[in-house]
Write a protein that binds this ligand. Structure first.
Ligand code: ATP
Length: 263
């Protein structure tokens, strides 16, 4: 049984159909990359998995349980956690405070009411990470583990989120998601807009995340990065899967055709 599986997944925005019967699976301990051009449907696939777009229950299964109809907070409780697009740090909190928000539900209520109050003022609701409390959140990811993964964050731990470069903010966003000890980490274009040297550092973390036992789906437009890091790759075009395979099994021509369509 796959850890996560979509079967015949469809998704719509009103009258517009964005996904047409998408089948992908993630096995335990795997890193899977989803590649495809702008508008191929990659983000829509992530929105469906995280419950932002809901469909038929059986279209998405987590460890054999139908979850396609569940709300985002329930999906998070199951340990399926997304690194938010655009990084979304709390700008006036420090690096360490931003990370601790991610770990709150583990019982590590280090900042207690201060962060709860801060978040409810911003969102008018409970801490979204707090909602993940049903997943037991046990695992290897602690502040120390995040600082080992991204040493620059330890150096900057007392700096506010706004004082960080784009790449460092992305590291905090990944670290914050990991602090909830997810079973599945979803990364949507984590390299977008970053300099190559920073992308290299961020991508260097992915094998370590996998070694720590967290299964990963990365959405990526950069085919080279995806092939380097993934155990298996899916290519999407116009809402459909056009190619699936291990990086060593698929040729450049296969990828070109699946990514851009036949000439
Ligand atoms: P990108 O790399 O540009 O993010 P993508 O592969 O993630 O592309 P999606 O964002 O999933 O693609 O978009 C798939 C299709 O759905 C596109 O045709 C897009 O225009 C459309 N779409 C996405 N979001 C919406 C929305 N909120 N309302 C209507 N159509 C949308």
């Amino acid at each position: 049984m796959a850890l996560l599986e979509t079967t015949g997944l469809t998704a719509r925005y009103g009258d517009f159909q964005a996904l047409f019967g998408v089948d992908v699976r993630l096995e335990e301990g795997e890193t899977v990359a989803i590649i495809g051009a702008n508008g191929a449907g990659k983000t829509t696939l992530m929105r469906s998995i995280t419950g932002v777009l809901r469909g038929a229950p059986d279209e998405i299964c987590h460890k054999g349980v139908s979850i396609g109809h569940l709300m985002p907070d329930t999906i998070m409780k199951r340990g399926i956690v997304m690194v938010p697009e655009g990084r979304r740090l709390f700008p006036s909190l420090t690096v360490e405070e931003n990370l601790l928000i991610g770990g709150q539900h583990k019982g590590g209520r280090d900042l207690g009411d201060r962060i709860d109050g801060f978040i409810s003022r911003f969102t008018g609701g409970p801490n979204p990470m707090e909602l993940a409390a049903g997943h037991d959140g046990s695992g290897v990811w602690s502040l120390d583990a995040i600082y080992t993964l991204f040493p620059v964050l330890k150096e900057r731990r007392h700096n506010p989120g706004t004082a960080l470069s784009g790449g460092q903010q992305q590291m905090v966003a990944i670290g914050r998601a990991l602090m909830s000890n997810p079973e599945i980490l979803l990364c949507d274009e984590i390299s977008l807009g970053l300099a190559p040297v920073v992308i290299r550092d961020i991508y260097a973390a992915l094998p370590k995340i996998k070694e720590a036992g967290t299964s990963v789906i990365v959405v990526e437009q950069d085919i080279g990065q995806a092939l380097k890091v993934a155990d298996r790759v899916y290519c999407m075009m116009e809402g459909r899967i056009t190619l699936e395979g291990r990086p060593d099994q698929i040729s450049r021509d296969d990828i070109h055709a699946a990514y851009f369509g036949a000439p």
